[in-house]
Design a protein around this ligand. Sequence first.
Ligand code: CA
Length: 232
Amino acid sequence: MKREQVLVVEDEADLREMITYNLSREGFKVVGAESGQEALRKAREMSPSLLLLDLMLPDVDGLEVCRRLRRDPLTHTLPIIIVSAKGEESDVVLGLGIGADAYVTKPFSPSELVARVKAVLRRGPTRLEEGPPERVVRDGLSIDVTRHEVLLDGRAVKFTATEMRLLHFLASHPGRVFTREQLLRRVMGEQVALVDRNVDVHVRAIRSKLGRRRDDLETVRGVGYRFRSPGG
Ligand code: CA
């Protein structure tokens, strides 16, 4: 079996060692980078399966690393998990906005980190601009945008057009967190005059119609929303 390679970008040696130790124990091949420049170089040279990216780095900071990797055809689908400190929530939101897949907040437990790495790897390469399929089916829930039809356990449930687009978008990207701003931009088109909280209103309405599946639409505190990944 091929060992997945993880590039760990972290300038604190102790933390880098801790992460390396725990991922190696799980069978991953781990390579470290101490700075943003080193991260960018190694990401291109090694084509790792995943990048763990600290935000505060001595030269090029994590957000800029993320931005450059997403622009580079060689690395633009590389899965990226941001490792942030407490108090960096706004940077996490920015990071997700420029294409990071997930984040963990320091301090984290080894098992939390390993679980997050495995979950992101299961999703495969990051697909940023590919449109979702028109019909999404998840465990008894079927959302068909062309027929404007949502079936829950075979029963039709009425949704407004916006609610359906929002639910369809989130359910097509299970496990991925989206900020309210991203949801406004990508789901509700250019009606950006709407304030953030309008997303919350739609989410509440969707949940009230989802019955036993209401908890699938999760609130990620301080960041936004995500549709629960299968088995997650
Ligand atoms: Ca750091």
